[in-house]
Design a protein around this ligand. Sequence first.
Ligand code: GDG
Length: 467
Amino acid sequence: MSRLVVVSNRLADPRRPAAGGLAVALGETLNRTGGLWFGWSGTVDPGGTPGEGALQVRQAGAVTLATVDLCREDHASYYLGYSNSVLWPVFHYRLDLADFHTADIDGYRRVNRLFARRLRPLLRDDDVLWVHDYHLIPLAAELRALGCRQRIGFFLHIPVPPPPLLAAIPQHEWLMRAFLAYDLLGLQSETDVGHFTQWLGTEAGAKRLDAQHLRAFGATVRVGAFPIGIDVDEFERLGHAAEAMDTFHALRDEYSRRRLLLGIDRLDYSKGIPQRVRAFRELLQRYPENRHSATLVMIASPSRDSVHAYADLRHELEGLCGAINGDYGDLDWMPLRYIHRTVSRRRVPGLCRASAVGLVTPLRDGMNLVAKEYVAAQDPEDPGVLVLSRFAGAAEQLHEALLVNPYDVQGMAATIQAALHMPLAERQRRHRQLMARIRAQDVHWWRRGFLDALDQCEPASASTSAS
Ligand code: GDG
């Protein structure tokens, strides 16, 4: 059997529970298959040279972890700059937050070239490579330029916006060529596949060979939707363990006469956090019976705080939460508990189960695993209700959630009110249906679907170079 080589910007120890969607999903995948996981070590070396970085290799169970440090300049241009101040905002439909600098694209190319140079000597001829996410779009082209002929698949964890937004990226043609160097391109949803196909069609005159294959720039790529799932069994195990049970009982005791609502995300402008808080304020305003009774627990784990847009979001949120607690709070009740810290993953299922409503309200999201985790954590006899943005990739699968438009604050408040009053039988029915799909389409289904499709691709069909 071929060895699996996973490449992603960041790695996690696959034997420990991680925070962050990609780290969780990849750790679970590699735990099953074994193999090699390659990426940035997470260390910024202040004395390092651009485009250089020593390789470190260590073993974590069945998984070999191979990492490279980045120097300060490469970290600034590749990670903070091009990845998170150009690709992340544009792919989340936020042209207004994109910040284009030539030095950043140069750094992005340099680091992808560095990764290819460090990874190449570790590869075996029959390896299968699975590259992840927007930081590494040109990696296959760089590997091909070094002579790699292995099958290489790419999975994009974030959404694909409509073509006119993509066309605003100054290097968008270069990006298209880079995508074409992969054998298989996996996206989260059919909406994303539609946008990607239109982009290649309108901007590169790509020809559709059949339902799955596109041809452009002399190369053929297979494109498909592979919605990512969670490891349901592992999450249920976590939910029955002591830390989750303790969290659940502590919250149930503390809020025995109150209803809890829960939001849990990285503090990111794509997650619709201020919109959710405004909807909660509207709930207290329009439905006063919720005062002294409903409490919103919002866990926003720190993320990318040296990017301006994230610091601005933090200030906005602190102002909003302070104003709501000031306006509505009382000596014996605070409407909002805002926690700007990462909570232990072991506590997450307990937090979810203690909450009557789970609020997942991104303005755009590739998938959103919290939505699936919230459902998986519920007690089937007395389940909470998932309120889910129609703009999360997860909405294509989770039809029985209460779908909302996060831009419509009043509409969201009305839906939260309906969720708080949903009869038990309806909650049970919706939960049963949601759970069946989350279980059937879990992280192993996702991994198998992607790797089986990659296996069917002709190796090294692409011969393009992104440079
Ligand atoms: C990207 C895409 C896509 C969150 N806060 C804490 C914490 N988390 C965990 C959650 C969940 C994960 O992090 C977040 O996953 P998401 O899917 O919601 O979001 P992103 O990190 O933006 O992930 C996304 C995903 O990739 C996978 O493809 O779904 O659309 O943006 O597991 O539980 N975990 C802990 N403490 C926290 O405070 N321990």
